[in-house]
Design a protein around this ligand. Structure first.
Ligand code: EPU
Length: 420
């Protein structure tokens, strides 16, 4: 087991450069297999979720050249479409191979994907979309087997604007015959990035970033060179660190427009910041005010920042309510924040945070990726030493987090220890 050990109370100043977005890169990599030539991806974060996807590609026979920050993927050497459950179980985004393989070979199969345990996270909308495109979906044990003799365009309506289902249908539909409309499509920046990559490969996709996406099927897709967009969740996480412990902490390489609802909440709380198109400076302020937060699909307040934001709310005067509308079970960090000294109660999907409370270092657990990030932030602001067990979760999504925080003045180290 990996442990993160943080001595809290140190001021953060200097610059943290934001890496390529995990939730974008994990979709662009499976998308690459749709091409009939090499695809080059730049600004790929060095995180363990990417290691898993590279292993899946390599087991498929795809040649992958990995250098610092870049991946050159040659799908022409693909010989095998099997994905071992041990790999698909390691992350949620393995499900993008279902859409990409279906688009390319009219057949895909995989066990139910893994990922953070933050709710049931069914994939019924993905499967419904594949069926609308002319595929049949059967279950063999835990495995989904998807086949199509003739993949064709369809009018698809989602009852939830799902990120994963929107991307998976784009992947499957761009080599289908005819025109597909995705109604109530998700609008996240990652969706736009995937559509733009597919268009660079020769796909005909319009409407990305709006709630109706149109995909006109083409015969084949060619190679391309694409840069992964900056990670808005990593940016938000370090921005909260700045609001908690910063002294003109600069978060660089951000996209201002991707952080809209998050920055509005910083304003409401009374955080001092200076926001430019691609950077934000933050300093720790005083007299922060409690606010209510409701997670929503983009461009609303993103669920992936809910847990780290709670740490900031523990330092605000008054009572904050946090309504988690996307996942049923995204408050697993709360008992550990309380162990650190917070005053939070949870009733269903609403957490009530009363502050400010002084946090004091102790031993806690990273129950999932963003819960782990919340523990890191709590450790930075707490008095004394915080030990975070199961830190592997954090490394799935935050590139060189120890180095990035150390460079701006944090006292943080990572250790390998025997499992308890
Ligand atoms: N949903 C269904 N049926 C489906 C698909 C989704 O009911 O077929 C439900 C989910 O259970 C959830 C909601 O719809 O309650 C939203 O799910 P969505 O499909 O949008 O999420 P996802 O594709 O599984 C991605 C990110 C998540 C992020 C969400 C929302 C990746 C690999 N994961 O998940 O990221 O929270 O979109 O923005 O891109 C994270 O990075 O920590 C993370 C969990």
């Amino acid at each position: 087991m990996k442990q993160l050990i943080i001595e809290g109370g140190h001021e953060l100043s200097g610059t943290i450069r934001i890496s390529g977005a995990k939730n974008c890169a994990v979709a662009l990599i499976p998308a690459a297999i749709l091409a009939n030539e090499k695809v080059t991806l730049c600004n790929v974060p060095n995180i363990t979720d990417i290691d898993v996807l590279v292993s899946i590609l390599e087991e498929m026979g795809v040649t992958v050249d990995r250098a610092t920050g870049s991946l050159v993927i040659d799908p022409t050497t693909l010989t095998n479409t099997n994905i071992r459950p041990e790999l698909s179980d390691k992350m949620r985004a393995s499900y993008y191979f279902l859409g990409a393989l279906l688009g390319k070979f009219k057949h895909s199969e995989m066990d139910f994907p893994g990922g953070c345990s933050i709710g049931k996270r069914p994939i019924n909308l993905h499967l419904m979309g594949f069926e609308a495109l002319g595929a049949t979906v059967t279950n063999e044990g835990d495995k989904y087997v998807i086949n199509s003799e003739y993949l064709h365009g369809a009018d698809i309506e989602f009852n939830i604007a799902s990120v994963g289902a929107t991307i998976n249908i784009m992947l499957a539909a761009c080599l289908a015959d005819g025109i597909t409309h995705i109604n109530n499509a998700a609008k996240e920046p990652e969706i736009v990035a995937v559509a733009e990559m597919l268009n660079k490969m020769g796909a005909k996709i319009t409407g990305q970033g709006t709630s109706v996406i149109t995909i006109e099927g083409v015969q084949e897709l060619h190679g391309c060179n694409v840069e992964v967009i900056p990670d808005r969740i990593e940016a938000g996480t370090y921005a909260v660190a700045g609001a908690l412990c910063g002294n003109m902490l600069k978060i660089d390489n951000i996209v201002k427009d991707h952080l809209g609802a998050f920055v509005e909440k910083l304003d409401e709380i009374g955080v001092f910041y200076d926001l430019g198109d691609d950077y934000i400076y933050l300093s720790k302020g005083e007299n922060y005010k409690a606010v209510d937060v409701k997670t929503e699909v983009y461009p609303g307040f993103v669920t992936d920042l809910q847990q780290v934001f709670n740490v900031l709310l523990t330092q605000c005067e008054g009572v904050s309510h946090v309504n988690e509308t996307i996942y049923e079970n995204r408050f697993m960090h709360v008992p550990y924040l309380n162990k650190l000294g917070a005053n939070i109660t949870v009733d269903g999907r609403i957490a009530t945070i009363t502050g400010p409370t002084k946090l004091k270092g102790t031993e806690v657990v990273a129950t999932d990726l963003r819960a782990g990030a919340a523990m890191v932030l709590a450790g930075l602001v707490a008095d004394g030493t915080t030990v975070i067990n199961n830190a592997e979760h954090v490394l799935r999504g935050y590139e060189v987090i120890v180095e990035k925080l150390t460079n701006v003045g944090a006292h943080i180290e990572i250790k390998e220890v025997e499992n308890k």
